[in-house]
Design a protein around this ligand. Structure first.
Ligand code: AHN
Ligand code: ZN
Length: 331
């Protein structure tokens, strides 16, 4: 409400000086204002509920019942919101040579369009709490409220809008599986490369469509914690600096600068590295960075503190609204 008055004045002044000034100023203002309303309003309560529902299944660890039930929930929601859904099943090998039955859940909006944007997050939760201060709890899976569920919750809220009001470009939303099955830090396991991001690695080699491409990709990872700071992640800066700048500038314009920090953060091996590596899609990782912790992730990272108490609607809103604005403005 606070901003409406100056906008009306600005529009009236602008139009008075053009040939459009012929129309009555009231109807001109209403028309001029419309584009400002074209981005839907991200509902943080909805995103929060979608997050809570996932967490309530229990840890979404591959080869468990909670994982299977949550997969059904997620594909059902995407379908309900009008997406063309593909569930990609695969069997992949984990760091300990166990076989994981995984599902990448893919929702396509306006699949007929060639010009596309890819939004993604991981939906699995970590089978270990290797950074928990209590050593006796480190072999237990975590809730992953923020590390997993929150990002998917925000993308489901975006999906709800995509079904109601179409963007100019086609949009794909992918929930990747088994991102968080990487070698645990608390066990004596010999180092092995590429043990994280198993779902996106599989998809990168077997995309749901032949020659799949998107103009760019945006990854959400740990985007819901109270007072989270999103720094400009370094792989994103290397491969998609323009998209990074577009997102961070949009956040500042919308008044979310307190979450989107313009400083450079770390170089993070995450799903975007494999999407970029295999398909050459320029990708941005919006991920919480905290220079005050030993891991540079949030204090709760890979601990049993990653519960619903670690989710703040204000943070979900900052990220969700910013990305909605970016994708609805894209031509
Ligand atoms: C590594 O720790 C190598 N990557 C972090 C990716 C991650 C884990 N995101 C969430 N959980
Ligand atoms: Zn994790």
């Amino acid at each position: 409400m606070k901003f409406q008055y100056p906008i009306l004045i600005a529009c009236a002044v602008l139009f008075a000086g053009t040939s459009c000034g012929r129309q009555s100023s009231a109807s001109t203002s209403a028309k001029a204002e419309k584009p400002l309303l074209s981005t839907p309003d991200f509902n943080a309560d909805s995103a929060y509920r979608y997050t809570e529902t996932q967490v309530a299944f229990g840890p979404r660890v591959p080869n468990t019942e909670a994982h299977a039930a949550c997969a059904n929930y997620l594909s059902g929601k995407l379908r309900e919101f009008g997406a063309d859904v593909i569930v990609q099943d695969a069997a992949v090998k984990a760091f300990d040579n166990s076989v994981l039955n995984i599902k990448n859940i893919i929702g396509q909006f306006q699949p007929e369009k060639n010009d596309r944007i890819l939004l993604f997050a991981h939906w699995d939760s970590r089978p270990f709490a290797d950074h928990d201060p209590d050593e006796t709890l480190r072999n237990m899976p975590i809730d992953g409220a923020n590390d997993g569920a929150g990002s998917v919750g925000a993308l489901l809220e975006i999906a709800r809008h995509l079904g109601e009001s179409p963007t100019h470009l086609g949009i794909d939303i992918i929930f990747f599986d088994a991102e968080d099955y990487g070698i645990p830090d608390h066990r004596q396991v010999r180092y092995k490369s590429d043990t994280w991001c198993l779902g996106s690695q599989y998809w990168g080699k077997n995309p749901h469509r032949r020659n799949y491409y998107a103009r760019y990709g945006i990854l959400f990872d740990m985007i819901g914690a109270p007072n989270a700071q999103f720094y400009r992640e370094l792989y994103s800066m290397e491969f998609a600096p323009d998209v990074v700048n577009k997102i961070w500038n949009t956040a500042a314009e919308l008044g979310y600068g307190q979450w989107f920090n313009p400083e450079r953060g770390g170089m993070i091996t995450d799903d975007h590295v494999y999407v970029q590596g295999h398909l050459k899609i320029p990708c941005v990782d919006i991920i919480q960075h905290d220079p005050t912790t030993a891991t540079n992730f949030g204090f709760y990272w890979h601990t049993h503190s990653d519960t619903m108490e670690n989710i703040d609607r204000n943070t979900l809103k900052a990220v969700g609204q910013t990305v909605l604005e970016v994708i609805y403005k894209e031509r």
